[in-house]
Design a protein around this ligand. Structure first.
Ligand code: CP
Length: 308
């Protein structure tokens, strides 16, 4: 995977997905990798706020022997102070890899087209591949396998759901999703996951209600109803998502050993109750930790000189 971009989970083969997860498990278990990116630099470009992604990428580079340079939108002015193509070409003269969080996925595509170094999607309006890889790592640790594990996603079919669905299909999981009308997965994503699940032996169920999706699930996952940049539509979304809160009653329809997942930050009282997110089935902080291990694996594979 050396030199490759990671813009979408759909860019990965099932073997590459597994390789990232196995590398992450190995780095996490052995605490190794201290010299894998010695002398290498990561540019972190963020058009939007972040806690987990920013800190975990920075710490990942430090733990791999390299370092990170953080660039906020107010400093770089991606596409405003300077064309995206120029930022990509300038940064490629200084750094070994770029991770970018952009409003538009097209900005990432433009960065990747003009950069001479790998570009990693740190969240766009279409995908959050690093989150999905950390999520599958968390499921793999809990269940010892991904094949056949049933994950129910309840809520907005936006970027987090799209990457999660694609990753689940590649990994032959059973993925069920319930979203209100107007907030469903894009048709292109649905086509990809149906085709991929058919090839991998996975299963995709688009459900009419949260209860239908959650019944018998091993994992119950939700995300915020209003993502960054959508704040103006909060009232409209709150109305549309009525009935989609993951409550203790909804979670009780899942398998008794089911886990609850959320990529964070969470809006308690909207998509999940305080009782569920703070409850014994919640693994949200394991997920957050696994962002570090998954991203160490991605960085080592796309920017490291050593074969892993
Ligand atoms: N889950 C996630 O991407 O968190 P941040 O927005 O804090 O990076």
């Amino acid at each position: 995977m050396y030199g490759r971009d990671l813009l979408s989970i759909a860019d990965l083969s099932p073997e590459e997905l597994d390789r990232i997860l196995q590398t992450a498990l190995s780095l996490k278990r052995d605490g190794g990798g201290a010299r894998l990116l010695a002398g290498k630099t990561l540019a972190l470009i963020f058009e939007k706020p972040s806690l987990r992604t920013r800190v975990s990428f920075d710490v990942a580079m430090h733990e791999l022997g390299g370092h990170a340079v953080y660039l906020s939108q107010s400093e770089v002015g991606l596409g405003q102070r300077e064309p995206v193509a120029d930022v990509a070409r300038v940064l490629s003269r200084y750094v070994d890899v770029i991770a970018a969080r952009t409003y538009l996925h097209q900005t990432l595509l433009d960065l990747a087209r003009h950069a001479g170094v790998p570009v990693i999607n740190a969240l766009s309006d279409e995908e959050h591949p690093c989150q999905a890889l950390a999520d599958l790592l968390t499921v793999l640790e809990r269940f010892g396998t991904l094949r056949g594990v049933r994950l129910a996603y309840v809520g907005d079919g936006f970027n987090v759901a799209a990457s999660l669905a694609e990753a689940a299909a590649l990994a032959a999981m059973s993925f069920a999703i319930a979203s209100p009308a107007g907030y469903r997965l894009p048709d292109a994503t649905l086509r990809f996951i149906e085709r991929t699940a058919a090839d991998s032996g996975g299963r995709i169920d688009v459900c009419a209600t949260p209860a239908e999706a959650v019944r018998g699930a091993d994992v119950v996952y939700t995300d915020v109803w209003t993502s960054m940049g959508q704040e103006d539509s909060y009232a409209e979304r709150k109305e549309a998502f009525a009935g989609y809160t993951v409550t203790a009653e909804l979670l009780a329809l899942a398998n008794p050993s089911a886990i609850f997942m959320h990529d964070l930050p969470a809006h308690r009282g909207d998509e999940v109750t305080e009782e569920v997110i703070e409850g014994a089935q919640s693994v949200v902080f394991d997920q957050a930790e696994n962002r570090l291990h998954a991203q160490k694996a991605i960085l080592a594979l796309v920017a490291g000189d050593q074969a892993l």
